[in-house]
Design a protein around this ligand. Structure first.
Ligand code: B12
Ligand code: SF4
Length: 523
């Protein structure tokens, strides 16, 4: 049987990274079946085009995964496929929380023939075999333990994802017309892939707005260090062979949740020479540890995603995230920046203690820190979270099924001290001020004493991150963006060219010393 795994596009950005679930389920598919992957973010198709594709390929089963914000779109694709007679199974966090909705048992139309609840590592092979026999059940769920809780996959052993041979062409971030030229530069930039790798699952912290503790559980499971290192070595080999670059996104919710284990993993990566540039999510409280931050730098860590949420401690207490202290954020970012590691700092507006002016108060703090990539969202009650339950009980949900009429940056409930419209205006203000050409120039200038590679990386990342809020999908939008930031681009290009010319002649001893210091992150 041919199986299509499909991820609907998020309607905002071209995703910079493929979704791990597709590769994982592909690797877990029993032999004898062929699995095709299509990510709507990388390969846009309308419902009709997807149906034609499925017919042309002779696909017998479609699996669709979606987060809550994409689920309405996912349902539309599922409806079109089912109308064409192709069975659809849906999985992922949203249908796990709302299976009745997907199966049409909640008063609305039915969208899926079957749903896979929770982690599907063990149920996926059963789903495939049942579908091949034409005997799909409606609901697949993990086995339960004696306490009635889901039995979670141990991640030991971990499935072999054959990154070295997979066709990742749809996920290359380098436009095809640039590839021949860029493959000749330095170690080669003919392909650039950001690849998701997990080293563990689960988070015990239970922040009020988050689905992770409920979905993956509060006890954490890890892969072995050997299995992670082996996967990185294969990715590194692929990059070398393709004359391209691979960066890794460790998608664990908190890579350093068990600091002892994280240090041991990072040491093993260093010892095996398996370093690739990487990004990971780590909470601010765990980044107090100097030795950990040294190991992050030495193992290839370049960017750390920190869920800072708010600069107001009262808000942090409200959402059960008191362990993360706004007063420490500046010191944490300084500690990282000393090693040329920068942070993606994520904030949530529309918390109950927020008032008009929250954007400027937050921006004031951010501007006192080393530069990074701030991102701003709004407090969103995802189904089955403690936040959803609290707001529902208090009768505060204006749009209890907000995902069915998804509207970006429009809250589903009013915060206590400002309106939905005010929260939206604050969010817009924060994005505009953070990614204006002037702010981009300041961010690059503030690290003028660092090696040029870090300043280029800062600017490029800023130009991409802006696209999370301001649609940046067309060639015209990109040209405008480049024109708006031309001063900073030209100044870095001039300096880069001079550095390149210097590198073509025999270097002076002090240049060697300073280049070595830059690449190892020493001061
Ligand atoms: C990596 C990640 C991202 C990446 C992008 C996704 C990508 N390309 O991988 C980035 C950083 C861009 C991102 C952004 C956002 N994310 Co995010 N992200 C994650 C994260 C940390 C890991 C996802 C992952 O790969 N997990 C590991 C895989 C193995 O698990 P899985 O995807 O759940 O898949 C398993 C099962 O669900 C199931 N399954 C999944 N799909 C399917 C499909 C079928 C057919 C079947 C049978 C089974 C199945 O099988 C898999 C194996 O067991 C998760 C948290 C988490 N730990 O999962 C949040 C998470 C998915 N994100 C979340 C959110 C809210 C967001 C944002 C909206 C945040 C924001 N406020 O801006 C944005 C939206 C981005 C956008 N515009 O699309 C929420 C979603 C909650 C929900 N109910 O929808 C999560 C769960 C985190 C949370 N705090 O609650 N995210
Ligand atoms: S927000 Fe982060 S720290 Fe909090 S429960 Fe979710 S994954 Fe854990």
């Amino acid at each position: 049987m041919k199986i299509l795994l499909y991820n609907p596009d998020n309607g905002v950005t071209r995703n910079f990274m493929p979704h791990l679930w597709m590769f994982l389920l592909q690797a877990l598919t029993p032999p004898g079946h062929e699995v095709i992957l299509v990510d709507g973010n990388a390969r846009a198709m309308t419902e009709e085009e997807l149906v034609r594709f499925v017919r042309r390929e002779g696909v017998g089963l479609v699996g669709i995964g979606a987060m809550t914000r994409m689920v309405a779109r996912a349902y539309r694709f599922a409806d079109a496929l089912r109308a064409a007679g192709v069975p659809v199974v849906m999985g992922g966090p949203h249908v796990t929380e709302c299976p009745e909705e997907a199966l049409g048992r909640a008063g609305g139309p039915r969208h899926a023939d079957a749903v896979a609840l929770g982690e599907a590592d063990e149920t996926w092979p059963l789903i495939v075999e049942d579908a091949a026999r034409g005997e799909l059940k409606e609901v697949y769920e993990p086995e339960r333990d004696a306490k009635g809780l889901d039995k979670k996959p141990s991640l030991q052993p971990y499935p072999h994802i054959p990154w070295e041979t997979l066709d990742l062409d749809q996920f290359s971030l380098v436009p095809s017309f640039f590839r021949p030229l860029l493959s000749k530069m330095g170690a080669g930039w003919g392909q650039f892939h950001v690849v998701p790798v997990e080293t563990g699952r689960g988070c015990p912290y239970g922040c009020e707005f988050c689905t992770v503790t409920g979905f993956f559980g509060d006890s954490i499971r890890f892969r072995t260090n050997e299995s992670v290192v082996e996967e990185l070595l294969r990715l590194k080999e692929r990059a070398r062979r393709e004359r391209g670059q691979v960066a890794v996104f460790f998608i664990d919710d908190n890579l350093a949740i068990n600091v002892k284990r994280t240090k041991s993993l990072l040491r093993d990566i260093i010892e095996a020479g398996a370093q690739l540039p990487w990004v990971a999510q780590i909470s601010a409280n765990l980044l107090r540890d100097e030795e950990l931050v040294d190991l992050i730098a030495a193992s290839g860590g370049k960017w750390v995603f920190i869920g800072m949420e708010s600069v107001d401690p009262a808000n942090m207490a409200d959402v059960n995230k008191n362990f993360s202290k706004p007063s420490e954020y500046g010191a944490v970012l300084e500690r990282l920046a000393r090693r040329d590691i920068y942070a993606i700092t994520s904030f949530i507006f529309g918390m109950d203690n927020d008032t008009v002016g929250v954007a400027d108060r937050t921006l004031g703090e951010i501007e006192s820190w080393p530069p990074g990539l701030p991102v701003f969202g709004q407090l969103t009650p995802f189904p089955a979270t403690p936040l959803y339950e609290r707001l529902e009980k208090a009768g505060r949900l204006d749009r209890p099924k907000h995902w069915l009429d998804f509207a970006p940056f429009v809250m589903a409930h009013a915060p206590l001290k400002m309106s939905i419209e005010e929260a939206r205006a604050e969010t817009r203000r924060a994005w505009e001020a953070s990614y204006s050409p002037a702010r981009n120039a300041e961010a690059v200038e503030s690290i003028a004493d660092r090696h040029i590679q870090y300043r280029i990386s800062m600017l490029v990342a800023r130009l991409f991150f802006r696209g999370i809020y301001f649609p940046q999908m067309t060639r015209r939008a990109w040209l405008k963006l480049l024109a708006d930031n031309r001063r900073t681009i030209f100044s870095l290009a001039r300096e880069g060219f001079a550095t390149w010319r210097r590198s073509r002649r025999a270097p002076e001893p002090e240049e060697v010393a300073s280049a070595a210091a830059a690449s190892w992150g020493a001061d």
